[in-house]
Design a protein around this ligand. Structure first.
Ligand code: RB5
Length: 147
């Protein structure tokens, strides 16, 4: 599976840990690569573009709290980014929301919990049915703002 992963400076360490842990995943790391202060929209935008273009199947976006990354990613048409702070949220974001970007707050989560959240997210499947109808309503709202 190809996953785009990106973070600002606050998420660099966690990003490296994730890449080392999930060796079976083909990560496209869009940066940032150092702990020098940077602007999260630059890197989270790159994650979102990888997903919307189809270059990556899913994305993982990390900043300090996950809030800025979540706001940024959800500006992109077709992105359903879910900020998850526990495994139930990760599971439900796939089962009900078909989230295609997982957002993590590196300053909020311990390393072990972050890895468990990712494992849960990757192993959970979208249920479709009534949830598909709801996603289509979200897509229609999105479309109403695009020319
Ligand atoms: C960076 O200091 C911090 O603001 C950023 O990582 C994120 O938490 C924003 O939402």
């Amino acid at each position: 599976m190809k996953i785009a992963i990106g973070s600002d400076h606050a998420g660099v360490k966690l990003k490296e840990i994730i890449k080392q842990k999930f060796t079976d995943i083909n990560f496209t790391d869009v940066g940032t690569y150092t702990e020098e202060s940077c602007d999260y929209p630059d890197y989270i935008g790159s994650v979102a573009r990888e997903v919307t273009s189809g270059s990556a199947e899913m994305g993982i976006a990390i900043c300090g709290t996950g809030i800025g990354a979540s706001i940024t990613a959800n500006k992109f048409p077709g992105i359903r980014a879910a900020l998850c702070t526990n495994c139930l949220m990760a599971e439900m974001s796939r089962r009900h929301n078909n989230a295609n970007v997982l957002v993590l707050g590196a300053r909020i989560l311990g390393e072990d919990l972050a890895l468990k959240i990712i494992q849960t997210w990757l192993s959970s499947q979208f249920e479709g049915g009534r949830h598909q109808r709801r996603l289509e309503k979200i897509a229609a709202i999105e479309k109403s703002f695009t020319k």
